[in-house]
Design a protein around this ligand. Structure first.
Ligand code: ZN
Length: 281
């Protein structure tokens, strides 16, 4: 199943790619707010599996918002691919990987224009994003997938100067500029993938591939992340987990490279879709 946020309203995507408005199709059983559906995820999946849906309507990619636009928590993971830890000149983590947040006001839909922070070094990080479907506290790796509503593509845009300046790193603030957390283009439920633990992901700038990896190479795969995070805190329905980025970020290049006005960044995850960001000064 695929759900989308079309012009701020929750929609089910039909096999032909059109969108069925959930509030109308369910006669008001489920509301229009895309974020609200996760609180009733089990009931929604049950309804969607049996509903007699009307024909959908076409939409443009620019009409899409994040499938989870206002999560209560956003957990983002650092150094979760060995090749990215190496390019950052850091040791791969053991036990619990570095965790930070991207503040929810930085979340946008999949197709956006992003203003580059003045005087900054803005970098790209394509990531698999998971949306939590049912509350998770102290769950095991074996139980973890049952708590996942679905997967989306994410970009963890990062302003490196602010991120790394000062006595301690400023990950959360430097990764939360306006428009720095595009998520989409829609949410795909785990059952749609032959193997949800091994998906290709990557991104390109102006058509030139800069990152390409596989989630099968995650040091802490999604079930391990959910087990370790939920051992500490409670993951709530609709929360996002940015799972980390593979090698190929601008900071790790020689010479370093950062986004400039006019660049177009296209990010994808196999079996989900793509994000498209253009940058202005
Ligand atoms: Zn990241």
């Amino acid at each position: 199943m695929r759900i989308a946020n079309v012009s701020g309203r929750l929609a089910l995507l039909a096999p032909d790619g059109t969108a069925v408005d959930v509030e109308r199709a369910s006669g008001g059983l489920f509301g229009a707010d895309p974020q609200a559906v996760y609180a009733r995820w089990g009931a929604f999946r049950e309804w969607a599996a049996h509903a007699d849906l009307p024909a959908g309507t076409a939409f443009a990619p620019g009409d899409l918002g994040s499938p989870a636009p206002a999560p209560r928590q956003v957990l983002a993971i650092g150094l979760n691919y060995r090749d990215h830890a190496a390019e950052a000149g850091l040791t791969a983590p053991e036990g619990v990987p570095p965790v930070f947040t991207k503040f929810p006001t930085s979340i946008t839909g999949p197709v956006t224009e992003v203003r580059l922070p003045e005087g900054g070094h803005t970098d790209w990080e394509v990531e698999l994003v998971a949306v939590i479907g049912t509350e998770a506290h102290r769950v095991t790796e074996g139980e973890a997938w049952r708590h996942v509503a679905g997967l989306a593509v994410g970009q963890d845009l990062s302003e490196r100067l602010a991120q790394l300046a000062g006595p301690v790193p400023q990950f959360s603030l430097a990764k939360s500029h306006q428009g720095f957390s595009p998520v989409g283009p829609w949410l795909v439920t785990p059952d749609e993938f032959a193997d949800p633990d091994d998906l290709e992901l990557g991104c390109a700038i102006n058509g030139e591939e800069v990152q390409k990896g596989r989630t099968g190479d995650l040091l802490f795969p999604l079930p391990a992340l959910i087990a370790r995070l939920s051992a500490v805190l409670t993951l709530l329905p609709g929360d996002l987990i940015f799972t980390g980025t593979p090698a190929g970020v601008g900071m790790g290049r020689s010479p370093q490279r950062f986004l400039v006005p006019g660049d177009e960044l296209v990010s994808y995850v196999e079996g989900i879709g793509e994000l498209r960001q253009t940058f202005t000064g």
